[in-house]
Design a protein around this ligand. Structure first.
Ligand code: B3K
Ligand code: ZN
Length: 909
């Protein structure tokens, strides 16, 4: 077991939760901002929590220099217990004042937690436990206080001084020693946990917009950026305005502040942070114009702006009792931002595209996590470093759990549940159980209410359930039955699991694609929702059979429509059945899924072939039926381009790897590439047609229709350039290069460059050079430039040497998380064909970078450490080499807890 300096176990257990021994009612902070030595005076009023036995006050602190402690104005004695500041003999009755004087050094704060400097401005990041790096405090989310904050700093260097809430005073400082200095005083009208505290100070400019809510309330919205970036703030502001309107319209949740600010910062550990009234964002999720940002960037900005804004209710007004409940706010808020983007997308097809994209993330990132050494329940039972648990399980699987609740109670019922949840818990710090109970209580007649204890297994059981479906058609009796068998796999620390509540939306198709009516016969399986031709069954048993009567012909089942539950569906659909669904399924998600299954089947067959039997590059023979179906889809004038692009994109290498017990990443890469190349040739005329029909997009707009057209044109161009590899044709590479040069927006430009890179064409190099020259002053575009190279298709093992070379580039820095991610993560985590080298050099590189990053920024290092999570599944020689690399990192003496936890779990599992 891992222990701290005092010999205490490092593992924090959910079952050890106990209420806080003290409440902090008010906090008055004064900052004298100086990069080298910032002085913080923290004046608090506290009182004992009468519900728990009297005990000393233990305040958390980290990397602080403590100068003085006063209790009720008198200097007080204190002691240190490890990192905690301990005060005994505090007044037993009533409130008392506590003043703490500390200093810290923001300039040296490379962890980017607490108060730090980025490009000569001050920023904070407190979630989860960064506030203790600013002052001594009860750093836990269930302690909520009213904050007053005074910022004092040099006026010329830090003209803008921001904190949460409303600015109540500002001006120049008087007196000797204060020449050229000014101050601003902020009061936050809402109580909050300290993880939502924020301050910003620096040279910033703002785009502003005033809006009036439905209730007639006026609000000022501001997006702060560095001077020179204002021309990239329009989309973020528009997204913010839509977010405010949407939350009020869909959930009746209004903005509760006069002023709502977003500030962009170039050095940031994650995407963004929902500090009350003062959201701090990675520049990547704020700055965009058509020349610098892709459609994906525009869509991400909309989601992240929405996400952080929605936290204002789901997270800030009602927060988490403890960090084990993280998904209470994150799962719910991801669900809300997904719904927001879908509602904005408009058409049914655009909604489905968003759903497919979300499921793709879940299956390529969360399913592997749930099957690996870091698997944990949506509500974990233990952790060493909470920052390691901001995971796809907490976020994306957590969102699926909320989505299943909505499916079980219906959209209106869910709305009622949300209203009850906020009524019941406003201003409190609560648990996942509280949330589920509120949704159920608002819908007492629902399947959710009936099955609530079992439903909550989604919070406690880790691992992705597998749902097997077997079907039988009785032509004489005209019945069709489906038998579902459910198993939940063992995960580290959890075995022998129970059956879960699984909502399964399904329909039956005739061979010509007609939807068949659904009438259950025999013992009925509960249904959460039904139309004549679609039902949502609620499975609760390890084995369930449902039988439909009056089925006059052998049907094609379409099961798990809209991906109604986060499970692995195992079905033995024939190719013919999948082809019917690919042509006709009325559910776009399952239509797409049918295509993915057909492709996956061919890829897996290619992988299973003896390498010698297949041609050298893992050639898979493609059948005419499959090719024809894809051709029809590509030519179908009734389908949206965005959907076609998704349907014609092969499953990712990571997703393919998940289907296999033993993974040979090179083989997966070779077979997938071979299939891609064959599709490029077999559908050549169709790609040509698609490109011609979609490549001219007129003026730029990031809406779903035009971005879909660009996506399809990009895919088609990639295929045409790829086809030229074998034919030696110079026309398409030349056209791609030309398009790269002339592109009117970043999406088209990057797609053209990717087409050249994907085909390994010699024009990729001059294009990359030109790209750098054009955008050398745009940090976010330079990130793309690094990412394109770290993620490039590896044809001669050239990618790793190139990555090593790029680390020496003047623009590279390990200290900037975006830059580190753009090059190193793109290579180690997103380029399996280049990373898994038989000479182990990729893993050696990984271990070096994990160690180097850990000394700078443990949170970022721990993310990179996860690139080898699934090493046990690797075939030799990869497996052995990966283990060695993990052991090399583990052997390092002074690893952070962050990296130690990830590596030791990987080696233990
Ligand atoms: N709540 C923050 C994430 C904080 C991560 C701390 N390591 C952003 C978000 O989920 O909205
Ligand atoms: Zn969040």
């Amino acid at each position: 077991m891992l222990r701290d300096d005092l010999g205490q176990p490092l593992t924090i257990l959910r079952e050890d939760y106990s209420a806080t021994p003290y409440w902090i009612d008010t906090v008055d902070l004064t900052f004298d901002l100086d990069p080298a030595k910032t002085r913080v005076v923290n004046r608090m009023t506290l009182r004992r929590n009468a519900d728990v036995p009297a005990q000393p006050l233990k305040l958390d602190g980290e990397e602080l220099n403590l100068a003085r402690v006063l209790v009720n104005g008198q200097s007080a004695s204190f002691r240190m217990e490890g990192k905690q500041l301990v005060l005994d003999n505090l007044p037993a009755e009533g409130s008392f004042d506590l003043e703490i004087f500390t200093t810290c050094c923001p300039a040296k704060n490379t962890k980017l937690m607490g108060l730090y400097v980025s490009q000569d401005a001050f920023f904070t990041q407190c979630e989860a436990e960064g506030f203790r790096r600013i002052t001594y405090f009860l750093d836990r989310p269930d302690v909520m206080a009213s904050y007053t904050v005074t910022l004092r700093a040099d006026k010329a260097r830090y003209p803008v001084l921001l904190s949460n809430g409303n600015r109540v005073d500002s001006g120049d400082l008087q007196g000797t020693g204060n020449e050229g200095r000014h101050f601003a005083k902020w009061v936050d009208p809402h109580k909050k946990p300290c993880y939502l505290f924020a301050l910003v100070a620096g040279q910033l400019v703002a785009r502003e917009q005033r809006i009036t809510s439905r209730a007639g309330q006026e609000h000022l919205l501001q997006v702060y950026v560095r001077p020179g970036d204002l021309d990239k703030t329009e989309h973020a502001m528009t997204s913010l305005v839509y977010s405010v309107l949407w939350d009020e319209a869909r959930f009746g949740l209004p903005l509760d502040l006069e002023r709502f600010m977003i500030v962009a910062v170039g050095d940031f550990n994650m995407g963004a942070m929902e500090n009350k009234g003062l959201n701090i964002f990675n520049t990547k999720y704020v700055l965009a114009n058509p020349a610098t940002a892709t459609d994906v960037d525009f869509a991400n900005i909309e989601s992240v702006v929405g996400h952080e804004y929605f936290h204002n209710w789901s997270g800030n007004r009602v927060t988490c009792r403890d960090w084990f409940q993280l998904s209470l706010k994150e799962g719910l808020t991801v669900f809300r931002d997904q719904e927001f983007s879908m509602d904005l997308a408009g058409s049914a097809s655009a909604r489905a595209v968003k759903r497919i994209e979300d499921v793709r993330v879940l299956r390529t990132a969360q399913f592997p996590e749930d099957a690996g050494p870091m698997a944990h329940p949506v509500r974990p039972d233990s952790y060493i470093e909470i920052n390691n648990f901001y995971t796809v399980t907490i976020y994306e699987k957590g969102a699926e759990v909320v989505r299943m609740m909505q499916t079980l109670v219906g959209r209106e019922g869910f709305q009622k549940g949300i209203t009850l949840y906020f009524e019941r818990f406003d201003g409190q710090a609560v648990t996942c159980d509280d949330f589920a109970q509120a949704i159920a209580d608002a819908n007492p007649e629902s399947e959710l209410a009936r099955q609530l204890p079992q439903f909550k297994l989604w919070y406690s059981q880790a691992g992705t359930p597998r749902l097997r479906v077997e079907t039988a058609y009785d032509a004489q009796a005209q019945t069709f039955s489906l038998t579902f068998t459910q198993t939940v796999p063992d995960t580290p620390g959890q075995s022998g699991k129970s059956a879960m509540v699984v909502p399964v939306t399904l329909g039956l198709l005739a061979a010509d694609g007609r939807a068949l009516p659904l009438q259950q016969s025999g013992d009925a399986v509960p249904v959460a929702a039904a139309s004549g031709t679609e039902q949502t069954l609620v499975l609760t048993q390890a084995r369930t059979t449902v039988t439909y009567g009056g089925v006059t012909e052998q049907p094609v089942p379409s099961v798990l429509r809209q991906f109604s539950a986060p499970v692995v569906l195992e079905a033995d659909d024939s190719d013919d059945q999948l082809l019917v669904r690919l042509r006709h399924d009325s559910d776009p998600f399952n239509r797409w899924e049918a295509g993915q299954r057909l492709s996956l089947r061919r890829i897996l067959a290619g992988i299973a072939q003896e390498p010698a039997a297949a041609s050298a590059d893992g050639q898979v023979l493609l059948d005419a039926a499959y090719i024809d179906a894809l051709r029809q889809l590509l030519r179908d004038a009734t389908l949206d381009a965005a959907f076609k692009e998704l349907a014609l994109t092969l499953p990712s290498e990571n997703y393919i790897a998940e289907q296999l017990d033993v993974v040979d990443p090179q083989r997966i890469h070779a077979v997938r590439e071979s299939l891609r190349e064959q599709l490029a040739h077999a559908l050549y005329d169709d790609w040509l047609h698609a490109y011609e029909a979609h490549h001219d997009n007129g003026g730029y707009s990031p809406d779903p229709v035009s971005s879909g057209r660009r996506a399809l044109a990009g895919l088609a161009l990639g295929m045409l350039v790829l086809a030229a590899r074998r034919t030696g044709d110079a026309v398409w590479p030349g056209r791609a290069y030309q398009r790269f040069k002339d592109a009117g927006n970043m999406t088209d430009r990057q797609n053209a460059l990717l087409a050249l890179l994907g085909a390994g064409h010699e024009l990729a190099q001059p294009a990359l050079q030109r790209f750098h020259a054009l955008f050398r002053h745009e940090a976010l575009v330079i990130d793309k430039w690094f990412a394109l190279q770290g993620g490039a298709v590896d044809r001669q093992g050239q990618v790793l040497p190139q990555v090593r070379q790029l680390m020496k580039h003047a623009d590279f820095s390990l200290k900037n998380p975006n830059r580190a991610r753009s090059l190193i993560f793109s290579y180690c985590s997103a380029n399996p064909g280049a990373f898994h080298r038989s000479d182990a050099a990729g893993y050696v590189f990984w271990s070096e970078q994990v160690i180097a990053l850990d000394a700078i920024n443990p949170q970022v290092a721990a993310r990179l450490a996860r690139a080898l999570d699934r090493w046990k599944k690797l075939a030799e020689p990869y497996r052995h080499a990966a283990e060695e690399a993990l052991r090399r990192v583990a052997a390092k003496a002074d690893l952070s807890n962050d990296v130690r936890e990830v590596i030791s779990r990987a080696l233990a599992a």
